[in-house]
Design a binder for this molecule. Structure first.
Ligand code: IPM
Ligand code: MG
Length: 361
């Protein structure tokens, strides 16, 4: 199979972890006889430096032409004082919107070999296996009007949480389908006791539930969900929620997996007319400027994202499963980076990537 992939290393630890994900993709392609066609592009802070824009037109064109995009991370403290429109993160939001990848799938698993890496008690995290489906192209991140202006002589700020019915329907339907392929339990998270946004979300969830009689739908308020994730994480199967809630809950849930360096993600939309699934694959963690360039970053989230790419965009389920099995072997061997608090000397980013390739064989 021909795999046309755009690679956007981005900022901070992005290039380091992406290199290891590419190493694994190259290894798997060689082993299974796939033709890997990699193109590089600029996104985020590095794109601002080289082109003046966080999401240059060249990157947009390449992303639309590729079968899938692998992204490292964006963001850098040097841009901290700039308004949102001029920041590296704007590039990330831009590419998500351009590709129309409205569903961001963030699996969180408490791997047996990493239970001690979690600050939570083993008996609480053991067995946790959650898929967070985060709406990715709507809500507060994109809603208009927005901005800071003077009203009655006072600085006043507005952000708008805007959703069209169709945007809510499509992500909920995706989440129901995903739940059907898992333990058939869907938790829809909202703030329906306060927000009209959530009231419409809840109503639509109840309507779509009729299409999926085999899936048990439950509604949980976001504040309660934040607590339940830590109190009884094993009670969740698939969680679906709007953009900002999903952003916050997925960072929280990463504690179950031991480290945010473990969380991969796949952002997908509806299939293209050709039948292809053009996705965007990125670790959940950010650019971690504090450890950039120190060979400390955990590449497993990036490698897991590459596995998700083979699975969702190319339908290469066996290859994806091999990568995931190899990741487990490496975790069990203890050859992991410092964020996972290994007993011995922590491994470097590159050592973990090479170990995953070796475990694939
Ligand atoms: C994430 C990140 C991004 C987001 C930032 C970097 C804009 O936190 O992917 O979770 O909020 O979506
Ligand atoms: Mg986030």
């Amino acid at each position: 199979m021909k795999l046309n992939i755009l690679v956007l290393p981005g900022d901070g630890i992005g290039p380091e972890v992406t290199s290891e994900a590419v190493r694994v993709l190259e290894h798997v392609s060689a082993k299974w006889g796939h033709e890997l066609n990699l193109t590089d592009g600029l996104l985020g802070g590095i794109a601002i430096h080289k082109t003046g824009s966080p999401f240059p037109a060249d990157t947009r064109e390449k992303a639309l032409a590729a079968d899938a995009t692998l992204l490292g991370a964006v963001g850098s403290p040097e841009f901290d004082d700039l308004p949102p429109a001029q920041r590296p993160e704007k590039g990330l939001l831009g590419i998500r919107k351009a590709l129309d990848v409205f569903a961001n799938l963030r699996p969180v698993q408490a791997f047996e070999s990493l239970l001690d890496s979690s600050p939570l008690k083993n008996e609480i995290v053991r067995g946790a296996d959650i898929l967070i489906v985060r709406e990715l192209t709507g809500g507060l991140y994109f809603g208009q009007p927005r901005g800071i202006e003077m009203v009655d002589g006072e600085e006043t700020v507005t952000n708008s949480m805007v959703y069209k019915r169709s945007e809510i329907e499509r992500v909920l339907r995706m989440a129901f389908k995903l739940a059907q392929g898992r333990r058939k339990h869907l938790t829809s998270v909202d703030k329906a006791n306060v927000l009209e946004n959530s009231q419409l979300w809840r109503k639509i969830a109840n309507e779509i539930a009729l299409e999926f009689p085999d899936v048990k739908l439950e509604h949980v308020l976001v504040d309660n969900c934040a607590m339940q994730l830590i109190l009884r994480p094993t009670s969740f199967d698939v969680i679906v929620t709007e953009n900002l809630f999903g952003d916050i809950l997925s960072d929280e849930a990463s504690v179950l997996a031991g480290s945010i360096g473990m969380l991969p993600s796949a952002s997908i939309g509806d299939p293209l007319p050709s039948g292809a699934w053009r996705g965007l694959y990125e670790p959940v963690h950010g650019s971690a400027p504090d450890i950039a360039g120190q060979k400390k970053a955990n590449p497993l989230a990036a490698i897991g994202s590459a596995a998700a790419m083979l699975n969702y965009s190319f339908g290469l389920k066996e290859e994806a499963a091999e990568i995931e099995a190899a990741m487990q072997t490496v975790m069990t061997s203890g050859k992991v980076t410092a964020d996972l608090r290994p007993k011995g000397t922590p491994a470097t980013t590159e050592e973990v990537g090479k170990a995953v390739c070796a475990a694939i064989g």
